[in-house]
Design a protein around this ligand. Structure first.
Ligand SMILES: [Zn+2]
Length: 204
């Protein structure tokens, strides 16, 4: 059966095109999903559309750690049961989700928003590095754990952070390289990630 829906309706074609832009979905799966949405009751389709609009309008970055939140400060930063002397630095909010899923980290996070990349013109000012330095300033934080992906740019970023944080007299460690070289946090299972966090090493 041909799934070329373009000849049926321009609106359906538009939906297929939009869905096909999502990661991991080819045009064929996109057409199948679009047809599924078309067959759903109006209410279900409206709720899907509303849910998409809501995440775009309600979610923003936590004023402290830059993780996703609907409040001014995220639920992790306000949780007094967590260890506020420990900050784990990651690249993106999805890294926070992955580390949270391990259930083994009870400190706080700091989302950089990427890594330094001279080739792409990403300098320290483009990342939330100044905000991290600000957080360790008052001496409450005793250790910063770097959980940045072990790519060339990631390593450059880790070394840069080590340099600026050392001036602040805070201990800097990084998660163990039990993580396969070149692998990103996204592709590492929770058990490996948890043990890498546990076996973190102090950076020189
Ligand atoms: Zn936060």
């Amino acid at each position: 059966m041909s799934l070329d829906v373009s000849k049926f309706s321009p609106s359906l074609e538009r939906l297929v095109e939009r869905i096909a832009k999502l990661p991991g979905l080819g045009r064929k799966s996109a057409a199948r999903l679009a047809l599924h949405i078309l067959r759903q009751p109006d209410e279900d389709a409206r709720e899907l559309a509303q849910a998409i609009l809501d995440v775009k309008s309600k979610i923003h970055l936590c004023r402290i750690c830059s993780n996703f939140t609907e409040e001014e400060t995220c639920s992790i930063c306000v949780d007094m049961r967590r260890d506020h002397t420990l900050i784990c630095v990651v690249e993106t909010p999805s890294d926070v989700l992955r580390l949270e899923r391990t259930g083994s980290f009870r400190g706080l996070y700091h989302v950089l928003g990427g890594v330094l990349s001279p080739l792409d013109g990403i300098s320290p000012d483009d990342l939330r590095i100044a905000e991290l330095v600000e957080r360790v300033k008052d001496g409450t934080v005793r250790e910063v754990i770097l959980a940045i992906n072990p790519t060339t740019d990631g390593d450059t970023t880790s070394l840069y952070l080590l340099r600026v944080l050392k001036e602040r007299n805070v201990m800097v460690s990084r998660i163990a390289r039990g993580i396969p070289i070149g692998a990103e946090l996204e592709h590492v299972d929770e058990v490996t990630l948890a043990s890498a966090l546990e076996a973190r090493t102090k950076m020189q």
